[in-house]
Design a binder for this molecule. Structure first.
Ligand code: HEC
Ligand code: HEC
Ligand code: HEC
Ligand code: HEC
Ligand code: HEC
Length: 368
């Protein structure tokens, strides 16, 4: 009986709860579809099991004080709206970013019907919806969006500073920086967070005004669509008299991976006479902790290991195996989103996404 009652109350609210996305869907279907699969949409503890696992160990979890919402579900007012994660209007109403030591803050536009965006050639436009009637009222043409105004003049949407309210850095209560993304990537208008993580893909941005391409809203990253980023990593082989080097170049404007849970691995196989031998596996990571032991981020006050490949770095890894003509070298650069050593502590054993190894770049060399 009790169960039935809850159902009866929950059903109507489920039927009538319309998310903002349903509105945008009418005129921006491709963008909304991509966004549904992104980590921004799925960033709250409702949808991201890895985030949830860490949140559940956090001292504030017991009090239900979901402080993480500042970045993981910024428009949430209550438990229910936490599900929305990061919404379309979260980003499109960011007016500017305030710099702070603990973490930056977004300054949001108060008029909820003004959206900021960027478009080459329209940098000085503010578009207010208008219907123009010409030919004695026979032809109607529209300007802008009937649902919202658009302000193209916000510099932060061209430099990608708009990303830095949440992505710049985060300190814990011991004034220790847990994670950061180099500011370098949010300065240049030609290459920045947006051009790499939201590349232009085929399909119109709106159904009302046709465009050939639109900015990808699935946000390519470590969790989703890493294949769209593999072009920013190069792998070379350098033969030497006493062995060889594998050189990994990170073309990103930040550490190859930025979150302290991650572990990158370089796996190398030597194939000779049809026989495959696995050579040493090199690991790249940044481990934080306290008293020389790895710890949860809110406890950490020191960096224990930092072998992560840095921005624009070419990292050379040496192997002392002598190569002969006809040998083949297979190189795989990939990562775990959760350090296998932390799985147990986070009760994430058996979680497929947390345990899987993702290949970012694969290369095969034949020795002349
Ligand atoms: C009734 C149709 C309609 C709805 C609903 C709608 N939009 Fe739009 N939107 C448009 C049109 C049309 C344009 C293009 C205007 C132009 O190019 O002058 C546009 C443009 C935009 C742009 C700027 C695109 C650019 O050129 O850079 C953003 C951002 C945007 N919409 C966000 C949203 C969001 C977020 C929602 C949901 C809250 C939404 N829109 C709902 C019709 C709509
Ligand atoms: C200042 C903004 C900010 C706050 C506050 C914040 N986060 Fe995050 N968090 C991020 C960003 C940005 C990322 C993605 C960055 C990255 O992968 O390096 C992220 C990623 C994560 C991830 C990795 C998820 C994955 O994809 O595997 C975990 C876990 C996480 N956060 C936990 C938390 C918890 C728990 C809290 C609250 C106690 C919190 N965060 C508060 C910005 C924030
Ligand atoms: C309101 C805060 C916020 C803003 C603004 C924001 N992000 Fe994020 N972003 C996050 C959080 C939180 C995560 C981690 C979500 C998770 O893994 O649970 C994240 C994750 C990501 C990821 C990793 C996705 C993956 O699959 O691993 C990329 C890439 C990213 N953001 C790029 C951007 C770019 C580019 C911008 C600017 C256009 C931006 N973000 C703006 C909060 C934000
Ligand atoms: C993490 C931040 C972020 C979120 C969330 C976000 N956008 Fe955007 N969006 C941007 C940025 C930045 C641009 C400008 C890209 C560029 O420079 O071309 C953009 C561009 C657009 C455009 C213009 C695309 C083009 O190429 O002309 C539309 C339309 C749009 N967004 C709609 C939406 C809708 C609808 C949603 C929700 C489903 C959404 N956005 C969610 C950051 C975001
Ligand atoms: C030159 C291209 C490039 C630029 C510029 C760039 N990135 Fe990245 N980003 C990458 C690559 C490559 C990766 C690693 C591949 C992957 O995550 O699968 C990555 C990974 C990430 C991740 C996932 C990290 C993790 O540990 O999960 C986030 C979040 C991210 N970038 C945010 C940003 C933000 C914010 C900016 C702007 C300040 C930015 N990126 C600028 C190429 C770029």
């Amino acid at each position: 009986m009790k169960k039935l009652l809850i159902l009866a109350v929950a059903l109507p609210s489920l039927l009538f709860a319309k998310s903002e996305m349903d509105t945008c869907m009418k005129c921006h279907p491709s963008i909304v579809e991509e966004f549904k699969g992104s980590m921004h949409k799925n960033s709250s503890f409702y949808d991201d099991e890895i985030h949830k696992a860490v949140w559940e160990k956090h001292p504030l979890h017991e009090k239900g004080d979901y402080k993480c919402s500042k970045c993981h579900a910024p428009s949430s007012q209550n438990e229910d709206s936490v599900k929305e994660g990061i919404s379309c209007s979260t980003c499109h109403t960011i007016k500017s970013v305030e710099q702070h030591a603990k973490s930056n803050s977004n300054v949001y536009e108060k008029d909820s019907k003004t959206f900021y965006s960027a478009e080459e050639g329209r940098e000085s436009e503010k578009v207010v919806y208008k219907q123009k009637t010409s030919m004695f009222g026979m032809n109607k043409t529209t300007v802008g969006s009937p649902y919202h105004d658009i302000d193209y003049t916000n510099e932060n949407f061209y430099t990608a500073e708009v990303c830095m309210g949440c992505h710049s850095h985060k300190q814990n209560s011991h004034e220790f920086t847990i994670c950061e993304t180099d500011k370098e990537g949010a300065k240049d208008k030609k290459q920045n967070c947006i051009t790499c993580h939201m590349p232009k893909v085929l399909g119109s941005a709106t159904t009302i005004r046709q465009s050939e391409k639109h900015a990808f809203h699935g946000f390519a990253g470590a969790r989703k669509h890493p294949e769209m980023l593999s072009q920013y990593v190069e792998i070379e082989l350098e033969k030497k008299a006493d062995g060889f080097n594998v050189i990994v170049e990170n073309k990103a404007s930040h550490n190859l991976l930025t979150h302290p849970l991650r572990v990158v691995e370089l796996r190398v196989n030597l194939i000779r006479d049809g026989k495959t031998t696995a050579l040493k596996t090199e690991k790249f990571m940044k481990i934080i902790g306290r008293d020389k032991e790895p710890s949860m981020p809110w406890i950490a006050n020191e960096v224990l290991v930092d072998s992560m490949i840095k921005k624009q770095e070419k990292r050379s890894v040496g192997y002392d195996n002598l190569l002969t003509s006809g040998d083949k070298i297979e190189v795989q650069l990939g990562y775990y989103v959760v350090n296998p050593k932390a799985l147990k502590k986070l009760s994430l054993e058996g979680n497929e996404e947390a345990e899987k190894f993702t290949t970012l770049k694969y290369k095969y060399f034949t020795i002349e």
